[in-house]
Design a protein around this ligand. Structure first.
Ligand code: DX5
Ligand code: ZN
Length: 219
């Protein structure tokens, strides 16, 4: 369990790309807390999605915090651009960020919350040394690259261990974000395991957005 407020972060990957503004308004009206933007480069993961220009345009239509998840092979080449475009949160994958300490502090110096992301098979220890430099740790609960995949249950044990480790090491303020396969029927489990930022794409946009968000938040 977490002492942090529960934040629901719809992933725009599952929104209607031809009606993004409408879907952003739906998320706002439904009480979403953060908008999750999945940046994929066709290299770290096969698909190619959104660039800084998209974030810049989003910024003009909403004041909701924009959470940029960089699924790119060279995140150091991207953080300045996304911060300048208006990102509030920027997360980088530990698997492809050789100088995590430097990158996380650069993100903070640019005025953004900094996050470290771990793939489902990446040892939790990859985050330990950097956790004190981060505002949040994003634990993937699917292999990154695609929306609509099934939740990987080993997430739950990993999240519990990470939450305990953070709390035992004076890092209770570090939040845990979960991304992949989050639906109304497993939201409670991931919150119980210690996550407080819940990313959901198909789980939110696949039905009545307001009801889905309210149900995920209900505890
Ligand atoms: C997957 C992305 C996720 C994705 C989640 O690589 O990082 O943010 O949009 O989609 P769902 O919630 O449908 O699994
Ligand atoms: Zn994501």
């Amino acid at each position: 369990m977490t002492s942090h407020p529960i934040l629901i972060a719809p992933s725009l990957l599952a929104a209607d790309l031809l009606n993004i503004e409408r879907d952003v308004r739906v998320c706002e009206g439904a009480g979403a807390d953060v908008l999750h933007v999945d940046v994929m480069d066709g290299h770290f993961v096969p698909p190619i999605t959104f660039g800084p220009a998209f974030v810049e345009r989003l910024r003009t239509i909403t004041t909701m915090p924009l959470d940029v998840h960089l699924m790119v092979s060279n995140p150091d080449h991207q953080v300045e651009q996304f911060a300048a475009a208006g990102a509030h949160w920027i997360s980088v994958h530990a698997e492809v960020t050789p100088h995590l300490h430097r990158t996380l502090h650069r993100i903070k110096a640019l005025g953004c919350k900094s996050g470290v992301v771990l793939n489902p098979a990446t040892p939790l220890e990859y985050a330990f040394e950097a956790a004190g430099d981060a505002d949040f740790i994003l634990l993937m609960s699917v292999n990154p690259g695609y929306g609509g995949q099934a939740f990987i249950p080993s997430f739950l044990g990993r999240c519990e261990r990470l939450r305990s480790w953070l709390d035992a090491n004076g890092l209770s303020h570090v939040q845990i974000e979960v991304d992949g396969g989050i639906k109304t029927d497993n939201a409670r489990q991931v919150i119980d395991a210690g996550a407080n930022v819940l990313v959901s794409g198909s789980g939110v946009f696949g039905g009545p957005v307001g009801d889905r968000i309210a149900e995920m938040r209900r505890y």
